[in-house]
Design a protein around this ligand. Structure first.
Ligand code: Z5A
Length: 232
């Protein structure tokens, strides 16, 4: 039976968006500082759950508009003000919720996201110091796996590739982000699962699977979606 997504009370004058109003799939997200191993874990989980034909997405991105916004947000040249940056991330997410996440959950699918709204709360809230909130139309994940890694270790893992706008921020910024994640996890212990991301990838993945025992539906008989049709 589908249930409404858990979201905080609705603000006066707002209406729930169609498609986000009811949800019966399983929404899982991965969060953490740069280089914590989110993409690695999303891919391991996607493969482990292949029998359920999950949808894997990344943020920002996952839709044509979202991918365009990703280029603008991460690339050099534009230096949006903190508030403009926050709204651009949220615009990309609103599109992803409307076009991919909402319909997938309404259809009972498993959605695995590499970053989601907690990234805005941690980076734009904790890192940039902006006032942030959780929009009612953004479904809450059932579980959020927070990959705990000291920011300096995450940045060191990424040294071989060209730094994007966020990787170029100083260590103080990344420490504020990490602290914000810790606070978010402490505030919602039922949703967040903190994992030691210094451990080898397979070990971290095994902990994810342990946490999901009991949450997963019986494997679907749905044929796997061809990769070309995937929004990722
Ligand atoms: N951002 C924001 O500010 N606000 C928002 O609302 C959203 C995002 C949604 C997106 O950049 C940037 O946007 C992000 C926050 C900001 N920037 N920062 N910082 P992105 O998508 O390009 O990058 P990312 O999300 O930070 O992910 P990443 O850098 O690709 O890292 P990752 O996905 O966490 O790690 P990985 O790619 O899986 O692994 C990194 C390396 O470590 C790789 O060589 C792996 O082989 C290795 N690895 C992975 N796991 C392990 C373990 N367990 N041990 C050892 N080595 C490992």
């Amino acid at each position: 039976m589908c249930e409404p997504p858990s979201a905080p009370g609705r603000a006066v004058g707002t209406r729930p968006r169609e498609g986000a109003a009811r949800s019966c799939g399983l929404f899982l997200t991965f969060e953490g500082v740069e280089g914590a191993g989110k993409s690695t874990q999303v891919e391991l989980l996607r493969r482990a759950l292949a029998g359920h034909d999950p949808i894997a997405i990344r943020e920002p991105g996952g839709t044509p508009l979202g991918e365009r916004l990703r280029e603008l947000l991460l690339g050099p040249g534009l230096d949006p003000s903190p508030e403009a940056e926050m709204y651009l991330f949220m615009a990309a997410r609103a599109e992803l919720v409307a076009r991919v996440i909402g319909p997938a959950l309404a259809a009972g699918r498993i959605v695995i996201a590499d970053r989601y709204h907690d990234s805005t709360l941690a980076y734009q809230g904790g890192g940039r110091g902006l006032a942030t909130w959780w929009p009612e139309t953004f479904p809450r994940p059932r579980r959020t796996f927070l990959l705990d890694l000291p920011p300096e270790q995450g940045l060191a893992r990424q040294r071989q590739r060209a730094a994007d706008r966020f990787e170029s921020e100083d260590l103080g910024f990344h420490r504020s982000v990490a602290e914000a994640y810790r606070e978010l996890a402490a505030a919602e212990p039922q949703r967040f699962v903190r994992l030691d991301a210094t451990r080898p990838p397979e070990e971290v993945h095994a902990r994810v699977m342990e946490e999901l025992a009991g949450l997963l539906p019986a494997a679907s008989s749905r044929p796997p979606t061809p990769p070309a049709g995937s929004p990722r």
